[in-house]
Design a binder for this molecule. Sequence first.
Ligand SMILES: [Zn+2]
Length: 138
Amino acid sequence: MTDLSQLGVAGPIYEPLNQPFWEAAAQGVLKIQHCGACDRHVFYPRPICPHCWADALDWVAVSGRGRLKSYSEIWKPGHPGWIPVAPYLVGLVELDEGPTLLSHILAQDNHVQIGDRLTLAPTQIGGRVLPCFRKDPS
Ligand SMILES: [Zn+2]
């Protein structure tokens, strides 16, 4: 298997609003926002809560557990840096805390099904740690 850490791929764009997410990811931790007013989790990063509009969002570590909501097997990557690992999976992960995020899905032979349980699998890709998810053993 190709060493993912050596891929020549573009990385995330860091800005103040997403900095806590990427700093946590670099440590192998998944952090998303949580609203202190309505007690709901929020992803993607925003300045105010999309549920109650309160300015009360804090960053919290979450379980890193979820289920596969949808996915695609990528055979023709949009960036040539990904060609060495194609085909690979990207999917929508519905976190147990509620929000959905897009991530790489790691599974033996790319075999997954909608509804599969997933666990956070921080992975070195192209010189940085990305919060990938791995299919749980069946
Ligand atoms: Zn709220």
